[in-house]
Design a protein around this ligand. Structure first.
Ligand SMILES: [Zn+2]
Length: 271
């Protein structure tokens, strides 16, 4: 897990480390072609992802970005250096959100503070998914708009031929969920997005953030919902950042990276 610079966040109440959660990059491939989903955050990650993707010996036709959070796409440039012909796709709403949060192609200040020197150029080069949709070797790869989940205008990708959902941050795999942006109705909206994933009945769900020791089961759909309902309860009852943090860690002792519960608490309670 990538450490956050100490200046990005006050120290954790339990003295634990401030780390970014493990992030999934997925390659959806057929016999000849492939699409890469969410290439990551840092330049180093992008270089490694490009190396890994090259090993599949497929034509990488494009990168699909599930949502506008920088950790899912700031590493696009180093991947494109290796595969200059690939396209970068996102939904039109996600692209608008990228422009809003990465104005003029410059990361929003949080990212620069959290990962100084590690993030390279982040021009917004994504183009809207074409009318004809996305395919890998003729099989459809279908973006679904999911609205607000851990940020605005998120999506997940459904691959019917594989019974697969690549969920971006709509589903988390037993990693503390980021809720700073939930506001008043964010949790409600996120729960609806989870229902939309469930409605396509996937056998496999690759979550945007996962405990790398776990597989990718569809039971993460229920887990993500359970966490959100708990967070809603704790938001309603807690009166401080420390109370929220302590209670979420107590309720989800096995979930990875409590630092994200702390990031959420700091975002929700000004002190
Ligand atoms: Zn996110």
């Amino acid at each position: 897990m990538q450490p956050l610079s100490a200046s990005a966040l006050p120290p954790r109440p339990d003295g634990g480390p401030l780390l970014w959660s493990p992030l999934s990059t997925t390659i959806v491939h057929g016999p000849r072609e492939a699409i890469l989903v969410d290439p990551g955050l840092t330049t180093e990650q992008g270089v490694k992802v490009a190396e890994w993707a090259a090993g599949f010996n497929r034509t990488i036709t494009g990168i699909y970005v599930t949502h506008a959070h920088g950790d899912h796409w700031y590493a696009t440039a180093p991947v494109r250096e290796r595969f200059p012909d690939l396209k970068v796709w996102a939904t039109a709403d996600t692209i608008a959100e990228m422009h809003r949060t990465t104005p003029g192609g410059k990361p929003d200040p949080f990212w620069g503070a959290a990962f100084p020197t590690l993030i390279g150029d982040t021009p917004v080069i994504a183009e809207a998914v074409p009318e004809s949709g996305l395919q890998v070797d003729g099989e459809p790869v279908v973006p679904h708009a999911a609205g607000h989940t851990d940020t605005e205008h998120t999506t997940f990708l459904h691959v019917p031929s594989l019974d697969l959902v690549v969920s971006g941050d709509v589903i988390y795999n037993q990693v503390h969920q980021y809720l700073s942006e939930a506001g008043e109705h964010g949790i409600e909206s996120w729960l609806k997005a989870i229902d939309a994933v469930e409605a396509v009945n996937p056998a496999t769900v690759v979550a945007g953030h996962k405990n790398p020791e776990r597989d990718d089961p569809a039971s993460t759909i229920t887990d993500t919902r359970t966490y959100l309902k708990a967070a809603a309860e704790v938001f309603a009852g807690a009166t401080s950042r420390v109370e929220y943090f302590d209670e979420m860690v107590r309720r989800f002792p096995k979930w990875l990276n409590p630092g994200i519960a702390w990031l959420t608490a700091v975002g929700r309670w000004a002190e």
